[in-house]
Write a protein that binds this ligand. Structure first.
Ligand SMILES: Nc1nc2c(c(=O)[nH]1)N[C@H]1C(S)=C(S)[C@@H](COP(=O)(O)OP(=O)(O)OC[C@H]3O[C@@H](n4cnc5c(N)ncnc54)[C@H](O)[C@@H]3O)O[C@H]1N2
Ligand code: MOO
Ligand SMILES: [Mg+2]
Length: 414
């Protein structure tokens, strides 16, 4: 008798998974190795930015009050008493109609409170004239205008991206406290599987899920440990899963989770004494996605079908791993877009369609069954159609989850 599984809603499945996350702890890494890691400490401004009042232009620093009354008919003349570039500090204190020739980024000299851009001055030998008055602080970049001293600029839990790196460098974080990364194992199950370098023979296919998942992890900055491929044999697969689970923080298997005679993952979970969180989700593809926990470690049983496997990773594995690292934005970014093609099929379950999104409209990336592989390669987003719906037509607004975006969303919007 075939086992009857009760599907649970996608949002409930996602919640069940992330609730089980075991925190990874923290470590210190050099700044240059911190890209794509999760901050385990907030970024605190150790000083104001900019750290001093400075010139945002190449020009002349003046005392603004001395420019009062200047006009085209009544030009006012200033004498140049010093010349500084960025990195230099003028020793002069301005008085009267004195000016310092100053370059972008150089600190304003004592007494100065405005900058005349070169374009606003008519130069002569050792002096220049202006034809308009300057207001106090005109053309001045003020100390602390960007960041105030002591401010918490970026909270812990944020992803470190190039902008974060710039900020960390600004405040002298030569080393950064980040979350430790989980060691993630990948095992592709299936007697039919060949290695990528093997020639095709009847009945066999090459293992595409293993390399794909490894790349999905790499996109998150997480290295993987591959356990290769296992044939569909209960004892043999059990042995590898047991060993891999012991050696990793999280094990991802693909294939063997459905109700087939050679689908052994359910039996393996039972033998391991793992708690199965769910084994059927009201989604397509990926309805057979199974997530179990043993000794506090995740066992992700992703479907063997490539599109189902891909979707299962993005919806469940990704947020779970991010949660383990204390990240605050766990989910794929959500937007809506206009369908540019009809999609007449019924959607008994929530449907995730590999799709091409151009920032405005979206359309399925070709053949879109659970066993499709080409549409994963062609797509850059997922269309999400609600369960119990049908008959979407070109021009309809649909939910979209974006793929491959560095930092996700803090909220689950589907
Ligand atoms: N009677 C039923 N049959 C099936 C059901 C069901 O509910 N009742 N569910 C179907 C659905 S939905 C899916 S999805 C698949 C899931 O199957 P499994 O997760 O058990 O995966 P396998 O049976 O091992 O393989 C399915 C398919 O994927 C190919 N595959 C497997 N591994 C890889 C890999 N590493 N790289 C590329 N392709 C792979 C495999 O050859 C099969 O074609 O079950 C349905 N059946
Ligand atoms: O789990 Mo299957 O991928 O729903 O099609
Ligand atoms: Mg199967």
């Amino acid at each position: 008798m075939v086992e009857h599984r009760k599907p649970i809603p996608v949002s409930e499945a996602v919640q069940k998974v992330i609730q089980q996350a075991r925190m990874m702890g923290t470590e210190t890494v050099p700044l240059e190795r911190s890209y794509n890691r999760i901050l385990a400490e907030p970024v605190i401004a150790g000083h104001p930015v900019p750290p001093f009042d400075r010139s945002p232009y190449d020009g002349f620093a003046i005392i603004s009050a001395q420019s009062e009354g200047a006009s085209g008919d009544r030009r006012i003349r200033f004498d140049i008493v010093d010349h500084i570039g960025a990195g230099e500090v003028s020793g002069k204190t301005l008085s009267g109609r004195q000016a310092v020739r100053i370059m972008t980024g150089a600190p304003l000299p004592e007494g100065a409170d405005a900058v005349v851009m070169f374009e606003q001055a008519a130069e002569a030998e050792g002096s220049f004239t202006i034809r308009k008055p300057f207001a106090p602080l005109e053309n001045v970049s003020l100390e602390g205008e960007d960041v105030k001293a002591g401010e918490e600029v970026i909270p812990r839990g944020s992803l470190i991206h190039p902008g974060t790196i710039a900020l960390l460098a600004t405040f002298g974080y030569a080393e950064v406290q980040v979350a430790k990364q989980p060691v993630v194992g990948i095992l592709s199950t299936g007697t039919e599987l060949l290695d990528v370098s093997e020639p095709l023979v009847p009945g066999k296919i090459r293992n595409s899920n293993g390399p794909m998942i490894s790349a999905q992890l790499a996109r998150m900055g997480i290295a993987s440990k591959t356990y290769g491929m296992s044939v569909d044999n209960l004892d043999e697969s059990f042995g590898i899963v047991k060993k891999a689970a012991a050696e990793t923080d999280c094990l991802i298997t693909t294939g063997g989770v459905s109700v087939g005679d050679f689908d052994f993952l359910p039996a393996i979970y039972e033998r391991l004494g793992a708690e199965v969180l769910f084994n059927k989700v009201a989604m397509r593809p990926g309805s057979v996605t199974t997530v179990a926990v043993a000794d506090g470690k995740y066992l992700f049983g992703l479907s063997g079908n490539p599109s189902a496997c891909f979707t299962g990773f993005e919806l469940f594995v990704r947020p779970a791993l991010l949660r383990m690292m204390g990240a605050d934005k766990l989910f794929l970014p959500h937007t809506t877009a206009l369908l540019s093609e009809d999609f007449a099929k019924a959607n008994p379950f929530t449907r995730f369609i590999r799709a091409v999104y151009d920032g405005h409209s979206i359309k399925p990336a070709g053949f879109n069954k659970s066993n499709a592989v080409a549409s994963i390669a062609k797509g850059n987003a997922l269309i999400v159609l609600p369960g119990g719906s049908r008959g979407f037509t070109s021009g309809d607004r649909v939910d979209v989850l974006l793929l491959g975006v560095e930092e996700g969303s803090a909220e689950w919007k589907i």
